[in-house]
Design a binder for this molecule. Structure first.
Ligand code: NAD
Length: 500
């Protein structure tokens, strides 16, 4: 069922979002706004300002002022705010999920799960006093070397539409816990969750200025990359923009970590457990309507696995958009995804057309501008087919038939991305061979969404990841701090040695 034209509501009639600067809701000094459109209904929820350089300067100045006192507090004191934030996020779980579902289109279960995952990130950051210890060693009699971690100052994060609460929380608690002040530029398509986070931080007692939100799009991202008062940038989004941000921020000597897009391959070999594999592959493809960087996108079907492939297609055919799958973020995204689906009819086999798999109950929402697409399966695709190569970012599965496991691995490794890859097998040797050879940063065995959980760092390879360090886990400690090496000598013994 095709959606109707994009909503054309008069955006001056809806609430205007504020930035969050120096602990206050602050109107942006701009006359440019974009509508925030609810994907499920096409309704305009609010208008988001395209902030300008003055707004960013104001946020950075307030952040820099606040950061000095914040950094002077002991780590154990700073993380108390994170304990309170965790409890507040748990208290407001349903409210947060509701906001996420409204602005992003996920199902409520998916939104709740994303908040719970965000809470895990807060928990890890709250444990920083236990894990971010420096090292100390007596290197000569009476002479000690020790390392300490120093925050960078004001840092920034730029985030995508698809996890508007969780992705910011990959970065913010760690950066703040380690003594930095953080300026967040959320996606202009999903700016509401960031303001919820500001509200929770304020209630948790975070000093004003340590967390700010500056709304906007390309221009404010460029402003962040160029700003002399910002020391580091964490970016999550498409590869095209990750590359731009990593180069532009590095040009002003910022530390930058930019996670990009993905094209994730799942390999199925004949000894895979049929039911577990089918259930798992379907969940990986259709969760968040395929709009997640860990979603399965290509199935590399090795040898005779038709019974498993048929089971996957059968299970997908039972799902309905609007009931089992949430909405697609925007009209351009809907058109991009369905363009791949439509064109696949000419040079591959369209086995399942998700345009026909939409729940009747969302007909009114579609009439109002809501966008829904059920699961799509494109079979018999060649490895160089556009549906095999491009990030489609929707609920589509492209199937490539292969003769051997090594052929499948070669196809997986030839794609320029390297976020996630997984194999379904009941043979340890095949699993080991795959995990050794796969060119991806996050690899699964019988796990279709192999997201590493704290304390392991999230991050892909190749064109899925630019810059240095990790965005979550232990690696984030290095990313958001500088190490200082301190050498001391206090004893008489030290006076006689070479360091005297
Ligand atoms: P996007 O790259 O379009 O936008 C991300 C951010 O960049 C937004 O805040 C946006 O305002 C800004 N932006 C957009 N165009 C820009 C430009 N030309 N110059 C400067 N800034 C710009 O990504 P999206 O559509 O919001 O999110 C989906 C993408 O994010 C997918 O490619 C997905 O794979 C990726 N993603 C990756 C991960 C990961 O961990 N690797 C996680 C989530 C999403």
């Amino acid at each position: 069922m095709a959606p109707s034209a994009t909503a054309t509501a008069d955006i001056t009639q809806v609430a205007t979002l504020n930035n969050w600067i120096a602990g206050n809701a602050t109107a942006a000094t701009t006359s440019d706004f974009l509508p925030v459109i609810e994907p499920a209904t096409g309704r305009t929820l609010a208008r988001v300002p395209l902030s300008n350089a003055e707004d960013l300067d104001r946020a950075v100045a307030a952040a820099a002022l606040a950061q000095r006192d914040w950094a002077a507090q002991p780590l154990k004191d700073r993380v108390q705010v994170l304990y309170r934030l965790k409890h507040l996020a748990e208290r407001d779980l349903d409210r947060l999920a509701d906001v996420i579902t409204k602005e992003n289109g996920k199902t409520m279960d998916e939104s709740r799960a994303s908040v719970l995952r965000a809470i895990e990130c807060i928990e890890f950051a709250a444990s920083l006093p236990q894990v971010a210890l420096g090292r100390v060693l007596e290197v000569s009699p009476g002479v000690e070397c020790k390392t300490t971690r120093t925050p960078l100052g004001v840092v920034a994060g730029i985030t995508p539409f698809n996890f508007p609460f969780m992705v910011p929380l990959w970065m913010v608690p760690m950066a703040i816990g380690l003594g930095n002040a953080f300026v967040l530029k959320p996606s202009e398509q999903t700016p509401l969750s960031a303001l919820e986070l500001a509200r929770l931080f304020a209630e948790a007692g975070l000093p004003a200025g340590i967390f700010s939100v500056v709304h906007g799009a390309q221009a404010i991202v460029e402003g962040i990359c160029d700003h002399p008062g910002i020391a580091a940038v964490g970016f999550v989004g498409s590869t095209k923009v990750a590359r731009i941000v990593s180069r532009r921020a590095a040009a002003t000597d910022k530390r930058v970590r930019a996670l990009g897009g993905a094209k994730n391959h799942l390999v199925v070999v004949p000894d895979a457990d049929p039911e577990m594999t089918a259930t798992n592959v379907v969940a990986s493809v259709t969760g968040c309507a395929g709009q997640r960087c860990m979603a399965a996108s290509v199935l590399l079907a090795v040898g005779d696995v038709d019974p498993i492939v048929d089971r996957i297609v059968e299970k997908m055919s039972q799902l309905r958009a609007g009931r089992d799958l949430g909405a697609i973020i925007s009209q351009p995204a809907y058109e991009r995804i369905t363009g791949y689906v439509e064109r696949s009819k000419t040079d591959a086999q369209l086995r399942l057309d998700g345009r026909e798999l939409v729940d009747d109950d969302v007909a009114d929402q579609i009439a109002g501008g809501g966008r829904y697409l059920g699961p799509c399966v494109i079979d018999q695709a060649s490895p160089d087919h556009e549906a095999s190569c491009d990030e489609i970012f929707g609920p589509t599965l492209t199937i490539i038939r292969c003769s051997t496991l090594d052929e499948a691995i070669a196809i997986e490794n030839a794609n320029p991305y390297g976020n996630a890859a997984a194999i379904y097998t009941s043979t340890g040797g095949a699993a080991q061979h795959f995990t050794d050879k796969a060119q991806a940063g996050m690899v699964g065995v019988n796990v279709g969404v192999p997201v590493p959980r704290e304390p392991f760092a999230f991050g892909g390879w190749n064109e899925s990841n630019f810059g240095e360090g990790d965005i979550t886990g232990h690696g984030a400690i290095d990313f958001w701090t500088r190490e200082k090496k301190v050498t001391t000598k206090w004893t008489a013994a030290a006076a006689t040695n070479w360091m005297s």
